[in-house]
Ligand binder design. Structure first.
Ligand code: DOR
Ligand code: ZN
Length: 348
């Protein structure tokens, strides 16, 4: 049994930093272990142009407390983007790619796209510039069950996008189902991020006796045992198409009260790599953690692998209930439960 592991410093390819005091509080939890993070652009005013992207990137970097931490920003795709600015920002690496939010699929997606065919011109630009399309892959329609939104998105939209833009690099974000895993595995130029919560929870942890556990409520919702197993296998074994993306999405506890406007999102960045390490250990796959956390992602995005290392020691720790600072109070994912790894140090 291993008591210590050393991995190339990880990156988190999917995080929400928000704005204002929330951003101030949460950024350091990501930068404490990751060298780079994709900062999702669904802020209250979405990041849709080059100036907003530069400002947001600088703001996050300033708040990270590290001088080599880098925030990578995708453009929030809408059907009225300034196309010249978008092309300019991609060309100058201000945007790493574009994030597709289908309209009203999740938090702050009210500016998202209603008719995806109408932004095929944007996909063409991404493809030409060899930039990535990051997708929240859920179809939110009243006749579609909440557990089937990923499957319907794949069948009714993603399949067609894949077929129409064969060279376009796509990331199916927070893959949540066996069906999604299978689509990523069997298609070209597509990868997937996998969150810790989709490998630790099933729908019984969210929906019980007509009640919702608000702290386990996220989009896409967690699903069945079969889906969880498939995600664990995809992350842990022999697959270069999946990489680390926590989808850590902080909400203030008062917004997590059960009511009609319950906010979806789970905050995990305060213990992210520790949670992943515990999962890989349970799967007897610790030797594959580094590929998932630190190699597959940069390879897909055509970026260099990090040159520092992270050491994790085997040590039990109970996750505190809240992350609390100033006016901010966020419930931690895995609160009051035991994790078995602790970050020891970063070294060159
Ligand atoms: O649960 C989620 N929360 N899923 C998302 O896609 C967005 C995120 C958020 O921003 O809160
Ligand atoms: Zn997200």
């Amino acid at each position: 049994m291993k008591n210590s592991i050393k991995i190339i410093q990880p990156d988190d390819w999917h995080v929400h930093f928000r704005e204002g005091e929330m951003l101030n509080v949460v950024t350091k939890y990501s930068s404490r272990v990751n060298r780079r993070c994709i900062a999702m652009p669904n802020t209250s005013t979405p990041i849709t142009n080059s100036i907003e992207a530069i400002n947001y990137k600088n703001l996050i970097q300033k708040n990270s407390g590290k001088n080599n931490f880098e925030a990578l920003i995708p453009c929030y795709l809408t059907d009225n983007l300034d196309i010249d600015d978008f092309e300019y920002a991609l060309h100058n690496n201000i945007f790493i790619g574009g994030k597709l939010y289908p309209n009203n699929a999740t938090t702050n997606s009210q500016y998202g796209v209603n008719d995806i065919k109408k932004i095929y011109n944007i996909f063409e630009i991404l493809e030409k510039q060899n930039k990535t399309l990051l997708i929240h892959g859920e179809l939110n329609r009243s006749d579609i069950d909440i557990f089937d939104r990923e499957k319907y998105f794949i069948d009714e939209e993603l399949y067609q996008i894949r077929k129409s833009f064969k060279d376009l690099k796509i990331v199916l974000e927070h893959v949540s189902s066996d069906y999604g895993v299978d689509f990523v595995k069997t298609n070209i130029n597509i990868a997937g991020t996998i969150t810790p919560h989709h490998m630790l929870l099933t729908k019984e942890d969210v929906f019980k006796d007509e009640e919702i556990n608000p702290h386990h409520y996220c989009m896409p919702v967690v699903k069945n045992e079969k889906d969880l197993t498939s995600l664990r296998n995809a992350a842990c074994f022999n697959n270069s198409k999946f990489f680390l993306g926590t989808d850590s999405a902080p909400h203030h506890v008062v917004d997590k009260k059960q009511n009609d406007s319950l906010k979806a999102g789970i905050f995990s960045s305060s213990n992210s790599i520790e949670l992943y390490a515990s999962i890989f250990e349970e799967e007897n796959a610790l030797e594959n953690l580094e590929k998932f956390s630190s190699i597959n992602g940069p390879k897909f995005y055509n970026l260099d692998v990090n040159d520092q290392y992270l050491i994790l020691d085997k040590e039990d720790k109970i996750v505190p209930e809240y992350t609390e600072e100033g006016n901010i109070k966020i419930k931690n994912f895995y609160a009051n439960k035991k994790i078995h790894w602790k970050v020891a140090q970063l070294e060159v």
